[in-house]
Design a protein around this ligand. Structure first.
Ligand code: PLP
Length: 401
């Protein structure tokens, strides 16, 4: 909750959602590492059940440590609304699956951006199709027509991810949200890339927003968690249905780490963004690079839209080496020092991954080409190290090709 005169992001993250009188003035709130809460008498616990989406009874539904992080994230997610609530989940995928299950019934139709996060794609395309007869149409999502042509009278949900995984294409969030509302279709967005600091889809009319908090929100590569943000009434339904029944609850200790991380989120993002921009510009002019995929570059085909709906660009990008020769691609990939090899992203450390490593295992080469990925495609998560050192590292590895 946030009023129009509320303080800036950094101040909110330092103070909001914490009541130090509750814990003897401790400057860092404690971890409420308990499964249950006890009550004075019959009437007290009875009243708690009446108000079970607010009063802690059992940690699967509410925990005060988790509440602190949730209140901060809800405040971060809006510039103007006062009706938002956030709920942490056990992982980003727990958030994705809870929101999708909340929004559909067996036999419904979904429209999703084709470059959504791989497991989100699999959840829709295999799991729900096979188990619940839910059909999903995947669209490029760069124009409103993509969505308008795909919806049917059975469409109940539109799944966005902007910028999307691997290829970093955008959807016009406000336009899609307006269209979906006119058809009474629920919209959800995976906003992990931009973070709630740089993009506020709920202010643009999206119904439900999710993040993998394992990425920038956690920021130190030491937690796996997710978050769902939406209007209070809907969030309370999700809490007592998908939250309570599927039970993918975050651990209090993880929530405590997330609160710590939120205090530095916008500072970290400034550095990630500054480093990433320097690296993107370096890569873009390098003769051994075919293209750089980064919404912060003027050469990105949707740069104008990116500037309109985001206020910053974070540090995850893709680029394509100018070769199809696997041995030279591997010499580059293995030749880096500061960019460590690993999945995930959004932590303090710089990472490299080649999408072809996963795509080659799961998809026939035609499908993988259809998703716009090639053998020489690289994905880097630019960390908090010194930008010059990182550029030097990339330059030396490129020499090995
Ligand atoms: C990592 C990721 C997820 C899943 O999050 P987990 O915390 O790993 O479950 C969802 N969406 C995007 C865009 C991601 O990068």
């Amino acid at each position: 909750m946030k009023d129009p005169h509320s303080p800036s992001v950094d101040t909110l993250m330092a103070h909001f959602g914490e009541d130090r009188t509750m814990y003897d003035g401790a400057v860092v709130p404690p971890v409420f590492q308990n499964s249950l809460f006890t009550f004075k008498d019959w009437d007290d616990i009875d009243a708690a059940f009446e108000d079970r989406t607010r009063r802690p009874i059992y940690t699967r539904l509410i925990n005060p440590t988790t509440r602190i992080a949730e209140q901060k994230i809800a405040a971060l997610a809006t510039a103007s609304r006062t009706d938002l609530e956030a709920r942490l989940t056990a992982s980003g995928m727990a958030a994705v699956s809870a929101v999708i299950l909340h929004s559909i019934c067996a036999g419904d139709h979904v429209v999703a951006v084709k470059n959504v996060y791989g497991p989100t794609n699999n959840f829709l395309n295999s799991y729900l199709r096979e188990k619940m007869g839910v059909e999903t149409t995947f669209v490029p999502g760069t124009t409103l027509q993509d969505f308008a042509q795909a919806v049917t009278p059975k469409t109940k949900l539109i799944v966005l991810e902007s910028p999307s995984s691997a290829v970093f294409t955008l959807q016009n969030i406000q336009e899609v949200a307006d269209f979906a509302r006119s058809k009474q279709i629920t919209t959800m967005i995976d906003n992990t890339w931009a973070t709630p600091v740089f993009q506020k889809p709920l202010d643009l009319g999206i119904d439900l927003e999710i993040h993998s908090a394992s990425k920038y929100i956690g920021g130190h590569s030491d937690v796996v968690a997710g978050v769902i943000i939406g209007p209070r009434d809907r969030m309370q339904r999700i809490a007592v249905q998908e939250g309570e029944l599927l039970g993918a609850t975050v651990a209090p200790w993880t929530s405590w780490l997330i609160t710590r991380s939120l205090r530095t989120l916008s500072m970290r993002l400034e550095r990630h963004q500054k480093n990433a921009m320097a690296i993107a510009l370096f890569l873009e002019q390098h003769p051994k690079i075919r293209q750089v995929r980064f919404p912060g570059l003027e050469s990105h085909p949707q740069y104008e839209l990116a500037c309109r709906q985001m206020t910053g660009f974070t540090g995850l990008m893709g680029f394509e080496l100018d070769t199809e020769d696997l041995p030279s691609i591997k010499r580059f990939f293995n030749g880096l020092t500061y960019f460590q090899i690993g999945v995930s992203w959004g932590g303090h450390e710089s990472l490299i991954y080649a999408p072809a490593i996963s795509y080659l295992k799961e998809l026939p080469p035609e499908r993988f080409k259809d998703l716009g990925i090639s053998l020489g495609d690289m994905r880097i998560s630019v960390g908090l190290e010194n930008a010059e050192d990182l550029i030097q590292d990339l330059a030396s590895a490129l020499q090995l090709m």
